[in-house]
Design a protein around this ligand. Structure first.
Ligand SMILES: [Zn+2]
Length: 690
């Protein structure tokens, strides 16, 4: 077999939020593919990184009182821990804020410039006259110029997927202040994508013949159709490629453009370059020839797994950037659809916006989710649904009921009756039947038809279970003179389990590792799908997988509901979610904020955090619990003071302490203290604040 050299990436998660199951779909999809290639003996490198630049990171860091560098370092550790928890086996998980990425971004920019592909233009950019700043694309909203969807961001439309300049938005408004932006001049740098159209038409419709003779199309058919819309102007001359604005004005967290002080690379320029940087970092660490992978005539393979929402960047900008800076283009871009939960978009209020951390902390087995996601994935750009009842049923039926039970049922007899030794059973028709599927199932993994692969594997598990029922080892064990038959059947079952484990190993790496210990072999490889263990001593069976319990899933949903409610209603929360979405004036007006007088403030027995406030709101008296005890060690000093409180939150039960009928506002200081807001003389209890 030809040994292939393959570089694989997943899209870079943005360092401004937690990893959720939506991310996990992609990283599980990629990881399964990479593990499959490695099991087949190929040289396959899996690189990823956090995407760390841009205005949202800058603003989020500011809000949290951190430098951007400190924020992205903290988030990097969280992201990596989440992915590792789901057994995502990157060879390198790096950061786009790295010396390698700076060097490559500059080199690619300078090469494009030397190639005549960069142009400086004075443009009129949207400027927020209230905030006195140029507005980044994501901070301008308005109507999509193509499909006329409302409230779309300034860089691309989430409804129809078109990308455009923020100035093309219809009825734009500043998401920072709500003001209507004005145009202001600024020098920007453009990548002349329009000049790359001939190359891109050829590349997007093209394919690469691999070392093993297979023909790999660069894009999936649905993606190619989308590209055709974007590459070819329609009869009205609409559409077609626009040149790409790759610079942003200071202040910006990113890399300054060489020779252009105060101008920074737009985050989307250095993000895909982050794939190279992560790989270069790996190469220096373990001694791989970077150039062999990225030179223009490279014969290695390079694949990018991405979500359908970032096709434009990966199927147009990125190949053009690579090509015209003297590098190779990707071998394939593999897009997937979005994750829905119980048929609906993931929702924070329904608790279905499930973070990776909540899943792991809830003690749910990550391989359950890996299996379930894999059982839904194919090579198409289709959304996939996590149906929670189906999740429980399928994992319990397939993995526990059909698969691990095979080993559990046979291993005991092998130990009790045959000193842990397997019999040679290579001529077993059952095992030959299992082995015969090896190349078909391999082909399904190779082409990302995981759902089909798992259906075939489970059909084989069914065949093994039918064999168990037909031969009933527990009855053979009671029969006189049936020892040899019992040994035969149980040895076949352990070998069948080994083969099934090899088939499932890309999806269930932890089970495969534990099974290898039980089977007393160094590791499971793809060769085990077609071979038997021979006369071989196995170790004692230890349980490989528990069933999913309904309660675990219920608790998971509840935990995600609570985390969002805590963030929304926690008294004087000391951290604020980064500014990803701005509240409108109307949103603000929904909150009824009032002046209230403290009738009595007291410590709460059994809580080190809470103070109990008896408040006079003028129109009525209420009790509010506030988590500021650490900042006000002498609560009685607050008696008689005026405070500011939200009056129209739903009453909230505070554990065993009672019901809180609102929220008192306080300022969170840099050193973690909370200070109540002062009310000047003349204001009365019940007065409206706004
Ligand atoms: Zn649109």
């Amino acid at each position: 077999m030809t040994k292939r050299k393959i570089l694989v990436t997943s899209a870079l998660p943005y360092a401004n939020g937690s990893i959720h199951l939506g991310h996990m779909v992609e990283h599980i999809q990629t990881d399964i593919w990479v593990r499959f290639q490695k099991l087949r003996g190929h040289e396959c490198h899996y690189c990823c990184a956090d995407d760390t630049h841009g205005t949202p990171i800058m603003l989020a860091a500011e809000k949290q009182g951190l430098t951007p560098e400190a924020l992205i370092e903290k988030v990097h550790a969280e992201h990596l821990a989440d992915f590792t928890g789901f057994h995502i086996g990157y060879d390198n998980y790096y950061s786009t804020h790295s010396p390698e990425n700076k060097q490559f971004s500059e080199a690619i920019y300078l090469a494009l410039k030397a190639n005549g592909k960069i142009e400086s233009r004075i443009i009129n950019q949207l400027f927020d006259p209230e905030k006195q700043m140029f507005l980044p694309d994501r901070f301008v909203k308005g109507e999509c110029p193509k499909c006329h969807a409302q409230d779309q961001y300034g860089d691309n439309c989430e409804v129809c997927g078109t990308t455009y300049a923020p100035t093309e938005l219809i009825k734009p408004y500043s998401a920072v202040s709500g003001a209507t932006p004005v145009l202001k001049e600024s020098e920007h740098f453009f990548f002349k994508l329009g000049e790359c159209a001939d190359f891109l038409k050829e590349w997007t419709a093209g394919s690469t013949t691999l070392a093993d003779g297979r023909v790999q199309p660069h894009l999936q058919p649905e993606a190619l159709n989308k590209m055709k819309e974007w590459l070819h102007p329609d009869e009205n001359g609409e559409g077609g490629l626009s040149d790409w604005d790759i610079s942003r004005d200071a202040p910006y967290f990113g890399f300054e453009i060489p020779g252009a002080p105060g101008k920074y690379f737009y985050v989307w320029l250095d993000a895909p370059v982050g794939y190279m940087a992560s790989f270069q970092n790996l190469c220096s660490r373990i001694g791989i020839d970077f150039n062999e992978y990225f030179k223009a005539d490279s014969e290695t393979e390079m694949y990018h797994f991405i979500g359908k929402d970032i096709l434009y960047f990966h199927a147009l900008f990125w190949p053009a950037m690579l090509k015209f800076s003297g590098h190779r283009a990707p071998t394939g871009v593999f897009a997937h659809g979005f994750l829905t939960v119980d048929g609906q978009k993931m929702s924070k209020s329904r608790g279905t916006f499930i973070t990776a951390r909540s899943y792991l902390d809830g003690g749910l087995n990550p391989e359950w989710m890996r299996y379930y996601i894999a059982a839904k994935l194919n090579s198409k750009i289709e959304d996939i649904d996590l149906n929670l009842q189906d999740f429980i049923a399928r994992v319990n039926s397939d993995l526990v009921g059909k698969y691990v039970n095979i080993a559990a049922r046979a291993a005991g007899f092998i130990h009790k009756r045959f000193d842990g030794c397997l019999k040679q059973v290579s001529d077993s028709p059952l095992l030959q039947q299992l082995a015969a599927h090896s190349e078909n199932i391999a082909a399904d993994y190779e082409t990302r038809e995981y759902a089909k692969a798992l259906r075939d594997i489970m059909a084989l598990a069914d065949a093994v279970n039918e064999y168990v029922d037909a031969n009933k080892p527990w009855e053979l064990a009671k029969q006189e003179g049936a020892d040899d038959q019992l040994h035969q059947v149980c040895s076949e079952l352990i070998n069948a389990f080994t083969m099934l484990t090899a088939y499932l190993a890309p999806v269930l790496p932890q089970v495969a590792a534990n099974a290898a210990r039980f089977l007393n072999i160094p590791a499971i490889t793809w060769a085990h799908t077609q071979s038997t263990l021979g006369e071989h001593r196995i170790n004692k069976y230890e349980h490989l997988m528990q069933r999913v319990e309904q309660k675990q899933v219920d608790d998971l949903i509840e935990a995600n509901k609570q985390s969002i409610q805590a963030a929304e209603t926690a008294p004087a929360a000391s951290t604020y979610a980064p500014v990803t979405e701005q509240a409108s004036f109307d949103d603000f007006m929904k909150i009824d904020i009032r002046v209230a007088k403290v009738l009595n403030c007291s410590a709460v027995e059994g809580s080190s955090k809470l103070l109990k406030f008896d408040l006079d709101f003028g129109f009525e008296q209420r009790v509010i619990f506030s988590g500021i005890a650490a900042s006000y060690p002498n609560p009685a000093e607050l008696n008689g003071k005026m405070v500011i409180a939200v009056a129209n939150f739903a009453p909230r039960k505070m554990a065993k302490f009672g019901v809180s009928e609102g929220m008192i506002l306080s300022a969170a200081t840099q050193d973690g203290k909370l200070r109540l807001l002062d009310v000047h003389e003349g204001a009365q209890p019940g007065d409206k604040v706004g």
